[in-house]
Design a protein around this ligand. Sequence first.
Ligand code: BGC
Length: 447
Amino acid sequence: MKKKQKFTSFSLFTSIVAAIGGLLFGYNTSVISGALLFLKKSFGLSTFNQEMLVSIVLIGALLGACFGGLITDKLGRKFTLFFTSILFIIGTFVAMNANSINILLLGRMILGFAVGIVSLATPLYISEMSDPQHRGALVSLNQFAVTIGILLAYIINYSFAIDGNWRAMFAFALIPAFALFILLFFVPETPTFLATHGKKKKALKILSKILIDTKNSEISNIENNKEKKAASWSHLFSKSVRPALFIGIGISVFQQITGINIVIYYAPTIFQLAGFESAPSAILASMGIGTINVIMTFIALWLIDLVGRKPLLKVGISGMVISLTVLGFAFLAKGTLVSMVSVVSLMAYVAFFAIGLGPIVWLIISEIYPMGIRGRAMGIATFANWTTNYIITLSFLTLIEILGKSFTFWLYAFIGIIALWFVIKKVPETKGKSLKEIQKFFKNKNI
Ligand code: BGC
């Protein structure tokens, strides 16, 4: 058997730098949950204003996704990351110094916009900077960083909760934002972007530092001028690209519609519904959720290139469906059993998300599109992701009111079964294939 070689330190370094974008994504979407408690007091916020503060990041993100795809294709992957690091710095400054709710909303909107762009730019950048054999693990460093960002937000919220310092909670994000801005000076543009923009020599030089197998088809494609120029919008909806577009939108919607962010954003509320009376114990239980998310994502990094994307997706989604079903039953019971079973099933639910839909959705949408329109196609899938996130997050508390707790979780479980069917029937295995090979596969496919 051929021995698996290690990825080049160059690939690893560039991937880690780009993954700081993932950390900023995780941190900025989660920090509000803790800050909100104190913002309520500082600004005397109405319920509507509170909802706005939470959801404006998601609105910013879905707008960012529309815009981000285009700039990655037109101005470059690295330029886009630079641009977002500046947005993160500006947005944080505005939010941490806000003296009115409107300024705070403006800051959160800028941050959301940056999150939307970076959520596609980071996986895209890493995907094009890695060897096919290790692309799964390297791109999933992004998701690993997202989960670290979420956990960090819980920890920072907890540490500044004593004196209610919400400005410090926001300010912490300046550290990764400046780190990303500075470190980007030391990484190059991706070979794919360079090749599609007439910089063949430079592209080949960078590829030779990334690829383990130098007989790789990507090199000969560039050498023989087979790389296509950045393509037009119409190509995006052409017959050969449509199947990939459909799969990307489908898995992105399923990542969100199966309810992950009601757990990530509302964990303390769910724990209180399950009988944890004091806020601190509910917050502590949420930290447990954040920790499991990080640990299981780390395990996924290791498994993704070994067993492939599809088996992990199947196991992950099946586990989520079972956990949600059990959670629904737990809410029918009474007493301490409810709290115990709800903690265990929520932990299991997050663990299964972390080895499946969490990392793999971002990975697959960075792999399946043709290079000339990769950014824009990812933008569409990412837009679907953030829009679904917005709808699910906003409708959760209303659903609980209408359907009750058990049926709400069973509804997510039922959608999970449809997600499983979609993965089995529609999603191709991309493990170990070069981006070029994946493109070829889609060209011959009809959905
Ligand atoms: C999702 C986010 C989610 C996070 C949780 C990401 O893959 O896109 O919406 O909050 O995982 O780890």
